[in-house]
Design a protein around this ligand. Structure first.
Ligand code: GLY
Ligand code: MN
Ligand code: MN
Length: 462
């Protein structure tokens, strides 16, 4: 855990920005998999974790803005509980460990909320994303379940986003810690991606490595020869020399900060000429994006900059019939690069998206595009020092998309469909790192993970 003062300061900052009334933050409950006692691995709500720091189910926190107090609600483990799960810290001890003076039984929470509402005080809460918590909020606030979302506190939500968007040095240290494990997962995968090895075997190696360090994965691993299927979670293919394999994998830190890294490896250790051209274009786009990042510039601009470098880089394949500037401006580039350049990362891999993707990624003069490709950019607004974002350009040849666009004659004057059709067997390439925006620019977090053509080939053929 961070120091008790850290959590107290976060609660004070939230209270100051939310104005007046109560702030109600519910921790996550255990989630049954197939019957009550067989549960999914517990994952605490990230905003609760940020504010109250405690990593177990059955807790709620209340901040009284006007009285300047914080109360932790929960229950001490019973003797029966101790029999099954062993002795646990008391609620009062837990509260003290995160700088909270007052600890009360969970059964007292409803009364506290009811009294505040009867007195006409605001009860601020965040958007729920789990059914259990939506039901709990409905009960506490005497609302119909389907009215809960409409009552979310915009002020509290914006305050939480403002705070969580700027990472402290201690948070950066957690992210680098998560990246240490991600780095080892990726090195292992790159060395293991050999002819005749099934994708699942390598997924198992990476999962085992994370588990052996007591770490959860930050998200389900994408490891596939079919890298053009963006969120492909099938791992049934047996790798063959000449394949490209996309590996998008990351682990959590002990305090649940995420890492999110992608590398693309040629099975057999050598890129073909065509693969090398596309790989180098993706890498150049990523490096150019990182180089251009600094406070004040919008991530939408960085996205377009990366797209222009990518399109210019694939020129030897004659995929487009116009300048990179024109291809990107028109949106035609999205046939090759249909997703966004990146997103915030922190306690969540897509950080804070439970609070609303547009609230997190847009505003400050930038609104989301409706256009295919650009509309998938999760972060468009200006960067600030202390933001940590992923930079993850890619190039993909998606047969169904190529066929549809060609049939519709989309951007026919800009796209050379014969060249795209010739690459339908290519798959995809993505390169992703986690990058801190600094006062003067940007810094890639974590130890280096090979990504130049020479370094990737050396590792994959070692
Ligand atoms: N790992 C999911 C993503 O890169 O967004
Ligand atoms: Mn990502
Ligand atoms: Mn990723």
């Amino acid at each position: 855990m961070f120091t008790p003062d850290t959590y107290a300061a976060r609660r004070a900052a939230l209270a100051q920005q939310a104005g007046s009334g109560l702030i109600l933050l519910l921790g996550n409950a255990d989630s049954p998999m197939n019957y009550t006692d067989n549960i999914y691995p517990f994952r605490q709500d990230s905003s609760f974790l940020y504010t109250f720091g405690l990593d177990m189910p059955g807790l709620a926190g209340v901040i009284d803005i006007d009285a300047d107090t914080a109360t932790l609600y929960g229950d001490d483990v019973s003797l029966d509980g101790i029999v099954w799960i062993g002795p646990q810290a008391t609620l009062a001890e837990l509260a003290r460990s995160v700088g909270v003076i007052e600890a009360k039984p969970l059964a007292k929470l409803a009364d506290r909320i009811a009294k505040a509402r009867d007195a006409g005080r605001a009860v601020h809460y965040l958007p729920p994303y789990r059914a259990e918590l939506r039901l709990w909020l409905a009960e506490l606030l005497s609302l119909y379940v389907n009215a809960v979302d409409a009552g979310v506190s915009e002020k509290l939500t914006q305050a939480m986003i403002a705070l969580r968007s700027i990472k402290s040095d201690a948070e950066i240290a957690q992210m680098e810690n998560a990246l240490d494990v991600a780095q080892r997962m990726h090195l292992l995968a790159m060395r293991s991606a050999r002819n005749g090895v099934k994708e699942q075997e390598i997924v198992g190696l990476m999962t085992g490595l994370a588990a052996s360090q007591g770490r959860a994965l930050a998200y389900p691993i994408i490891f596939s020869r079919d890298g053009h299927i963006l969120h492909n979670h099938g791992h049934g293919y047996t790798l063959k020399t000449g394949d490209l394999v996309v590996n998008d994998a990351g682990a959590e830190s002990p305090l649940h900060y995420a890492s999110d890294i992608t590398r693309t490896t040629p099975v057999g250790g050598r890129f073909s000429e065509r693969q090398r051209v596309v790989y180098q274009a993706v890498l150049d786009a990523q490096l150019a994006a990182i180089d251009a990042m600094k406070p004040g510039i919008s991530y939408r601009e960085i996205h377009d900059h990366a797209a222009r470098v990518l399109v210019a880089g694939v020129e030897p394949l004659a995929l487009f019939k116009a300048s990179a500037e024109e291809v990107v401006h028109s949106g035609a580039y999205a046939l090759l690069f249909p997703h966004g350049l990146g997103h915030h990362i922190g306690l969540d891999v897509h950080d804070m998206e439970a609070l609303g993707e547009d609230r997190v990624g847009y505003g400050e003069g930038v609104s989301r595009s409706n256009e295919f490709g650009r509309r998938s950019l999760r972060l468009g607004k200006p960067l600030h020092a202390g933001n940590v974002v992923t930079v993850e350009p890619g190039a993909y040849f998606i047969p169904a998309l190529i066929e549809r666009w060609e049939a519709e004659g989309r951007h026919a004057s800009l796209i050379n469909y014969a060249s795209f059709n010739a690459c339908k067997d290519f798959g995809g390439i993505r390169i992703e790192d986690d990058v801190l925006v600094t006062a003067g620019g940007a810094r890639v977090l974590g130890k280096p993970i090979p990504k130049t053509v020479a370094d990737v080939e050396a590792l994959a053929s070692a």
